[in-house]
Structures are given as C-alpha cells and as structure tokens.
Design a protein around this ligand. Structure first.
Ligand SMILES: [Fe+2]
Ligand SMILES: [Fe+2]
Length: 298
C-alpha cells in the first residue's frame, strides 16, 4: 500500500532510513577492555563544576582528573535517568498511536537507540569503577510523576533540553584529542545518534504549540521550566565531591554558585533555549525557574 506522507510522516520516514544506515552497537564498537591512560582527563577542566573556585585551587592535578571522572559518571548516570523517562514518554505516544504510521515506527526506533545508549553509559560508569550516581533522591522520586502529569510540547521540549545540553558538552569533549579515548568514543556515538532525536522532537514541539489554548500554554511553560531546572541541578550529584575528600554539601553549593559552572550551563543550553523561546515556551510563569536553572542569564 502506498500512502501519502504528511510533514510529520515524511520526517519520520527520512529518520527511519537514516537510523537503518547509521547506528553503532557499543557492545562491539567500543573496546571496553582498553586501558584508561593515566594523566588524561575525563572531563575538560574548564567544564568541571568547581573550576575557578577556591576548592579547585586546593586540588592536586590527580584529584582534578579524579573529580572529572566522577562528574562524567554522574552526568552519564543522569543521562540514563533522563533516557529512561524519555522512553516512557515515547511509549505513551506509541500506546495510543497507529503502529503502521512512520512516526510511531520512528518512536520505536528511537527507543531502540536509547536502550543502547543507556547500556553504553552504564558500561562506561562500570569501567570507571564509579558509583551510578544518578539524580538525588527527591528528583528520582519526582521523576516518576513526569510520565503521568506531562503531555504536549513541554514534554518534547524537556527531552530536548536534556538532549541538547548533553550534546553540546559531548561535542566539545569528543573534539579534544587530550580527553580519554573511551569518553570521546562514547560521546561520538551519542552525538551522532542524538541528532535524529533532536530533529524529531523539535518538529513535535512546533506542531504541539500550534494546538495550545492560553491556559494550557501557561501550564506548558511552567512544566518545561521546572523540568529544565531539575535537569541542570541534577547533572552533578553532590556525592561526586567525596571522591576527592571534599564535603559534598559545601562543594555542591560552591559549584552551584560558581559563575564558571553557571556559564557552562548557559552555553550548553544556548541553542535549545533560543529554539524554545522562539516557539513560545520560555515565558511566564516559568522565568524564575529558567534563571535558577542557569539556562537563561540573570
Ligand atoms: Fe541517548
Ligand atoms: Fe535521545
């Protein structure tokens, strides 16, 4: 049967073809037994949450590398948390959708990508011998509500915030030859496959916005601002600082007040926030949350 494809179906059709042509299997494409060369950073120094603070000055070069390793483990395990939530959201769409449509089939394909990514992030954390930090307990609990309460463009928009913030950090790290080869390879695989997800979700946001009533718009703006706040505040779990003998609470508060870290978040979210702003999702009543997420400058 040949069917007429509308805009949404056309995009999904193109993404399905691209997914079939270009994907990685981290199980075989990554050499998990390769040594982790000593002295090479896991995270770019200027992206470390404490960079430029008095606590940073107290750390030895070895401790800085160690902290960077734990921050990457925290970001990767939060990546798993976000991807697991995203998969639930996609499943909701699949549950009520037409499985013979291209966009439902693409949603299934995206879940397959995310399954491989989450396994890959988990293997990397395991290889680092670091704890699977994930988000703090309260965020982990609140996360359960998202697939129940969330709907509409703010949901796809929230997915984009998580994906695009990580994307920008990962692109910068994979381009630097000094970074640990394992981290660079994981980032390269993720960046390549996420580009399709971003295309799909951006179109869903634009389509969803066109259908919103005024009251719904406020709810959607509040929802995406709250989720974005949770995302940027969760990436670095306070427990990472214990790996270099710092007090977690004090170090985390120092990091959140660190202008370098705030600027890293603003820079990482620059492109997606501009897109969401243009779509009409960045506005009252969410502005205080946006500023506190560091994604929108004070
Ligand atoms: Fe992913
Ligand atoms: Fe994704």
């Amino acid at each position: 049967m040949t069917r007429m494809l509308d805009g949404r179906e056309k995009t999904a059709d193109r993404l399905l073809k691209s997914s079939a042509n270009k994907f990685y299997d981290p199980e075989v494409d990554i050499d998990w037994a390769a040594p982790l060369p000593e002295g090479k950073p896991y995270e770019l120094e200027h992206r470390c949450s404490l960079y430029g603070t008095h606590l940073w000055d107290q750390l030895t070069p070895e401790q800085r590398i160690e902290l960077g390793k734990h921050e990457i483990a925290s970001i990767a395990s939060n990546g798993i948390f976000f991807e697991v939530l995203l998969m639930q959201l996609l499943l909701k769409d699949i549950y009520r959708g037409d499985p013979t449509s291209r966009h439902v089939q693409y949603a299934l394909t995206e879940i397959a990508d995310e399954c491989r990514h989450s396994t890959m992030f988990a293997r990397m954390v395991e290889r680092f011998d670091a704890p699977p930090y994930g988000p703090v307990k309260i965020v982990h609990q609140l996360g359960k509500l998202l697939p129940v309460l969330g709907y509409g463009p703010a949901l796809y928009g929230s997915i984009l915030v998580a994906e695009e913030v990580l994307d920008r950090l990962q692109r910068e790290s994979m381009a630097d030859e000094n970074v640990q080869p394992l981290v660079r390879m994981v980032n390269r695989i993720h960046v390549l496959e996420e580009a399709r997800h971003v295309t799909f979700a951006r179109e869903e946001v634009t389509r969803g916005m066109a259908k919103l009533s005024k009251t719904e718009l406020y709810y959607q703006r509040w929802l995406i601002a709250s989720v974005s706040f949770a995302i940027t505040r969760s990436l670095i779990n306070p427990r990472v600082y214990a790996s270099v003998g710092l007090r977690p609470k004090e170090a985390w508060e120092t990091a959140m007040a660190n202008p370098h870290f705030q600027e890293t978040m603003r820079w990482a979210g620059e492109r997606i926030v501009a897109f969401l702003d243009e779509a009409g999702l960045v506005g009252a009543p969410g502005m205080r949350m946006w500023r506190r997420s560091f994604l929108v400058a004070k």
